[in-house]
Design a protein around this ligand. Structure first.
Ligand code: GFB
Length: 312
């Protein structure tokens, strides 16, 4: 990886892609290839082939995906499966065809079986049934892992995969129907504080456990893997910071300064009860996360709500 390598970041306007771009720029990589989805529809095979043929990227970070929280995954099941399968198949095949030197594919911790032992080791993939709320997304992400593995085995491509834990950070999605839990609760509590509302609804029982990682830590890990990792087996990328949804809600409540009540709505799904990654392999290579959950949430709250805060 050279400072003038031609690096394509697929999905550069998303939370993960934009963090990768910030990281690469801060390290001095300047030959970045970026396309919005209006300019290049990654679900369209012809457009993707044409783009790779013309631009000839040397390195690819495949961070483009249709993503969302538990409700979006469960509602738009066909879209989550179709869009993600098409994006992965088109980009990975074009990367092979047009001689990309190295590609890094981004998956998700939901690829693991619903009732897998914890913490989740890479070897637990495909050992039991998946969680149903996000099964289509997980199947698409497993297909992406298998594409990288298969192009490596059949054609010798250096395509690697990383499985991040639940992420948060700048450029997250705050739409309450589609968002993940952390931005959703931050927004709900911020708006409740500003409007003087006395209650905020938390979906589910509050008992599920989740591991959260700031996306800047993820970007750091991805650059590390792009530089140093060339093996077939995908790599878990976690922070080790696990909290229950109730604990997360209390933490956000304190940071936002909401003083009302948290009401748990058990009509809404809990999803997987626990999703803690075992990141031993990555740690043994010499990488670990650096941003604590509290510092990370404070940072995101300031970043996203600074305009609103200034007019409070
Ligand atoms: O973050 P989240 O939507 O996704 O939900 P998953 C995590 C937990 O937070 C669930 C609860 O138990 C939710 O019921 N929760 C409480 C809330 N209040 C809220 C709220 O206001 N909004 C949301 N969204 N959740 C996703 C997968 O699973 O995680 C994806 O569906 C992907 O495929 C992603 O893997 C990382 O962690 O349950």
């Amino acid at each position: 990886m050279q400072f003038d390598s031609r690096i394509y970041i697929a999905g550069h306007r998303g939370m993960v892609g934009s963090a990768i771009v910030r990281k690469l720029k801060s390290e001095g990589y300047h030959n970045l290839i970026l396309r919005t989805s209006d300019e290049l529809d990654l679900r369209n095979q012809d457009q993707v082939q044409e783009f790779f043929k013309r631009e000839k990227p040397e390195l690819v970070f495949l961070a483009a995906a249709k993503v969302g929280g538990i409700l979006a995954n469960n509602t738009y099941r066909a879209d989550f499966l179709y869009d993600n399968l098409m994006i992965e198949a088109n980009v990975i095949h074009a990367a092979y065809r047009y001689g990309v030197t190295k590609l890094l594919f981004l998956g998700s911790s939901c690829i693991y079986p619903k009732n897998a032992p914890q913490p989740l080791k890479e070897e637990y993939l495909l050992t039991a049934p998946l969680e149903s709320t996000n099964e289509p997304y997980a199947i698409a992400k497993i297909a992406g892992i298998k594409l990288c593995e298969s192009y490596r085995r059949q054609y010798g491509c250096n395509f690697i995969s990383a499985m991040p834990t639940n992420l948060y950070g700048p450029n997250d999605n705050y739409d309450l129907q589609n968002a993940h839990v952390l931005p959703a609760l931050m927004r709900k509590m911020h708006e409740a504080r500003v409007s003087g509302a006395t209650q905020v609804e938390i979906w589910g029982s509050g008992r599920p456990l989740r591991e959260f990682m700031h996306v800047d830590d993820l970007a750091d890990a991805l650059l590390f893997l792009m530089k140093h990792y060339d093996d077939e087996l995908f790599v878990n990328v976690g922070s080790g910071e696990e909290v229950s949804i109730a604990e997360l809600a209390s933490l956000i409540k304190g940071i936002v300064g909401f003083e009302g009540e948290l009401v748990f709505n058990t009509e809404k799904p809990d999803g997987t009860m626990r999703k803690l990654m075992d990141s031993t392999r990555l740690a043994s290579m010499g990488w670990k996360a650096g941003i604590s959950l509290t510092a990370g949430i404070e940072n995101v709250y300031r970043y996203h709500f600074s305009v609103l805060n200034s007019v409070d």
